[in-house]
Each structure stands twice: as C-alpha cells, then as structure tokens.
Design a protein around this ligand. Structure first.
Ligand code: 4AD
Ligand code: MG
Length: 434
C-alpha cells in the first residue's frame, strides 16, 4: 500500500513513491509531456507526466483532465529548484474522483463582482489560499499570545440589548416579544469578565450596519477584545504593541510560503516587530495634517477619514498610536482626561501603508454617576445598562481594553488591497451571497 500524504509534506518524501488526493488548477501539455498544476489545500505543486514512462491510458487522462477535477495521483517526489514550492511529483498513475465541467473561474482575469458571486469557488485560488492560511495563523497566534499572558477567553453574547458603539449602526432583530441587536462589540461583557477574572478576551463576530462601501469596511467582522482589570491605558498600549508584534512575527515564522505567494516583503513586516510603536496625541495629529497643506479643511474636533489616517501613518515606518481623541467623537464608556474637559483617555492604532485603524481602545470610566449621565446623553436606555453600572458599584477598579479588527489586521499583514479578501465569505454593503 502506498503512503497517502499531503503536498505540504513532500519535503519528507523525496524520491519516495506516494499517493495524494488533489484538484487540478491548470495544465499544459505537448505530445510527450504534460504538466499538471495540483493543489490539495495544503500547498500547490506540479505533477509531471512523461508519455514514455506511463501507460497510454494515464497519459491520455493527463491530457484530458479538466480544471478543478479531483484526482488521486501516485508518483515519485523530486526536488524542483525552479518552483517556489521546491518540489514536484513525477506521476505514474492518475485516478479520477470527481468530474468538473466548465469551471467558471478560468485563469484569465475576471471582474470583482463575478468573483464575489463565485466566492465559494474563488476561495480555491492561490492568493485566497495564502490569505486564509495567514488568517488561520493570526487566529492561532492570538490564542497563544493571550494564553501565554494569562488571559482567559470569555465569550460575549451575539444577541444583546446594548449598543456600546452608538445606536446608528445597529442590526435590529426580534427576541421573542422584545427587541435585540446583533453585537457591535463584546466590550461591555468583557468588562464584567475582567472584574470576575482579571485579564480576559473575547473573539467573535461583530456587526455594523454601516452604509459605507470602502476597502476597509465589512458589515460582519471578527474582533478580538481583551479587557484588563487594575490596568491604566499606558500599560494597555504596551500589551497592544506586544500583541501586534507577536502576530506579525508568528506570520513571518510560520507562513513563509504564503507570504511568498502574496509577494509580501518580509523585510517590511520585520519592521513591525520592533517595539515600541510611536505615540502621538490627537492634537499633534491635527497639527501635522494642517501643516501638511494637503488637508486644508481639517479642524480640531473631527474624526479622521482614511486619507488623513494614511497620511499620519506614512510619517512613521511602524504602526502609530494616536492618543486622547475629542470626547465628542468617542463612545460613552471612555475615561475622561484628568486635567482636560475635551478629550478622553483612548488610542487608535493606525497601521502603515494606508491600512488605517486596526485597533481602537481606551481606559474605561469608573464613576457610576458619570457613566449613567453618559448613557443618557448617548440616547441609550439606562435600564438596559444597570448591570453595566453594577460593575462600578461593586469593587470598581481602573481598567482598560481594546478591540483588534481581525480582517483589518489581516489585510495589512498580507498586503491585500481590499478587506473583502481577508474573510472567507464577506458581508459587504448589499452583498449577502454566497
Ligand atoms: O473602534 P471600534 O469601533 O472599537 C470598539 O468596538 C471597542 N468596543 C473595542 C474595545 O475597546 N473593546 O472597533 C475596533 C476595531 C477597529 O479598530 C477596526 O480594526 C475594527 O474593529 N472595525 C472594523 N473592521 C471591519 N469593518 C468594520 N466596519 C469595522 N469597524 C471597526
Ligand atoms: Mg474605532
């Protein structure tokens, strides 16, 4: 019996005869030789079929096999210096498993809408494979980091009655005879978790009914939200930069092949593992923008758009923290500044290369009266937040936390142009198929 292996394990089977379950992605053949491009979900490599070395039946099959047909192939692994993967297989046998007639995605260029309509098949392509592998590594490294740092995972509910990030972008649904929303953020529940278990994090889907159609916005995205008791904002920034550096280093260490497929320069990524990241205040950021001459309309008090974020981040070769934004443009729960009325103790982490905000976080307000007033000011129903105020009534402590947008981080690390590529089945404005 031949040993069945995965393509990724080819390096351990050089000059051995093996069997692999594969799909055909492309092929090229002449009268004497056929080159089959094969994938099995672990890697892509080439199968070579030499007419003189195989039966007529096998060579005919090699010439006729169609794109995305599934096969069992048998053959001998060889080193192949010319391919980025480093190995190929000289085939001796081909057995067809599943047919594929007129596969819709051909190697020629297709438009974005066509590809998104065929996302369930488009995922099989090489770039998409590489991005999904890196997504998987970022998720794996996230669990490793927070476990190593002594956090425990506390899962926040998806169906909630609270609206931490404001009421304008909520997905409304019925919860029997009551109203409910899809979670915008697990933060408030993580705050309860932090008061119970010290250092906690959540990792789950979050929803924003944002009518924005940009390359940075998803309607449904995944967020990692750590929350830490007995922690001020400055220490939280240290956790954040350490976490980002750990993610980038893990991808560099474990995804060399995938970064190669994406042609992502590892030397650029290495810069992002050097700590600390710079910190500038919102005030300084506004001044930089005004002085640049490129943003004549920027005024203190406004939120930054993507051109402003891109400009700011371009001035640093690493991610940059912009700290202490105006109170008026940030959510109700942020801690007021001790000596200034107009700003709160918070930070956004802006990624370089035009990827914008990847983390938003803050120290949290601890005074229950202040918070109750804030909740009312935000137009929220204070009865729905009594449980949240209890966290301040019973053993309140300084605490801080943040949220990393998983897909924003992946888009940046992989160097993809659009956030839709960072999630298997993107929910975009007006797109819920497939
Ligand atoms: O800045 P946001 O809205 O912050 C919060 O939700 C806080 N409750 C987090 C916390 O302190 N626990 O969102 C956090 C991050 C952003 O920095 C961004 O990376 C990502 O979530 N994000 C989005 N990603 C994709 N599509 C969208 N529409 C996003 N909105 C936010
Ligand atoms: Mg934000």
């Amino acid at each position: 019996m031949l040993k069945t292996i995965s393509i990724i394990d080819a390096k351990n089977h050089v000059d051995e005869e093996v069997k692999i379950g594969v799909w055909l992605t492309n092929k090229r053949s002449s009268g004497k030789i056929a080159f089959l491009q094969l994938r099995d979900g672990t890697a892509f490599f080439q199968g070579v079929v030499v007419k003189n070395n195989v039966s007529e039946e096998v060579f005919t099959l090699a010439k006729e096999v169609k794109q995305e047909e599934s096969l069992y192939v048998t053959g001998t692994i060889h080193e192949d210096q010319r391919s980025p993967f480093g190995y190929e297989i000289e085939l001796s046998g081909i057995e067809k498993v599943g047919e594929s007639e007129n596969y819709p995605i051909s190697p020629k260029k297709h438009g974005v809408d066509f590809l998104m309509d065929h996302r369930h098949l488009w995922l099989r392509s090489k770039r998409q494979f590489a991005v999904m592998k890196i997504r998987n590594e970022v998720i794996r490294a996230t669990y490793e980091f927070f476990n190593k740092e002594g956090f425990i995972k506390i899962d926040a509910p998806i169906l909630t009655g609270s609206a931490p990030e404001g009421t304008t972008e909520l997905f409304h649904t019925k919860y029997f005879d009551k109203d409910a929303y899809l979670s915008q953020s697990g933060q408030l529940y993580e705050e309860a978790g932090a008061m119970a278990y010290g250092k906690v994090f959540s990792f789950g889907p979050t929803f924003r009914a944002e009518k924005s159609k940009t390359r940075r916005h998803l309607i449904e995205f995944w967020m990692i939200e750590p929350e830490m008791a007995f922690m001020h904002q400055e220490e939280s920034l240290e956790v954040q930069e350490k976490y980002i550096a750990f993610l980038v280093q893990s991808v560099i260490d474990n995804c060399t092949y995938e970064l190669g497929i994406l042609e992502r320069d590892i030397n650029v990524l290495k810069r992002y593992t050097e700590l600390p990241f710079p910190r500038i205040s919102y005030d300084e950021a506004v001044e930089m923008l005004q002085k640049s001459g490129e943003f004549p309309d920027v005024e203190w008090g406004e939120d930054f758009g993507s051109p402003e974020e891109t400009y700011l981040a371009e001035h640093f070769s690493k991610p940059v923290f912009v700290i202490n934004y105006p109170k008026a443009i940030k959510p109700f729960y942020m801690k007021p500044h001790p000596t200034r009325e107009d700003v709160v103790i918070c930070a956004d982490l802006l990624a370089p290369e035009g990827y914008g905000e990847i983390i938003g976080g803050s120290e949290r307000a601890t005074d229950p009266e202040f918070l109750e007033a804030q909740i009312e000011k935000a137009g929220l129903n204070k009865d729905d937040y009594q449980w949240y105020l209890d966290l301040r009534r019973y053993g309140s402590v300084p605490h801080s936390g943040f949220g990393l947008g998983l897909e924003r981080a992946i888009t940046w690390i992989t160097g993809e142009e659009h956030i839709r590529e960072a999630i298997p089945f993107p929910r975009l404005l007006n797109r819920i198929y497939p």
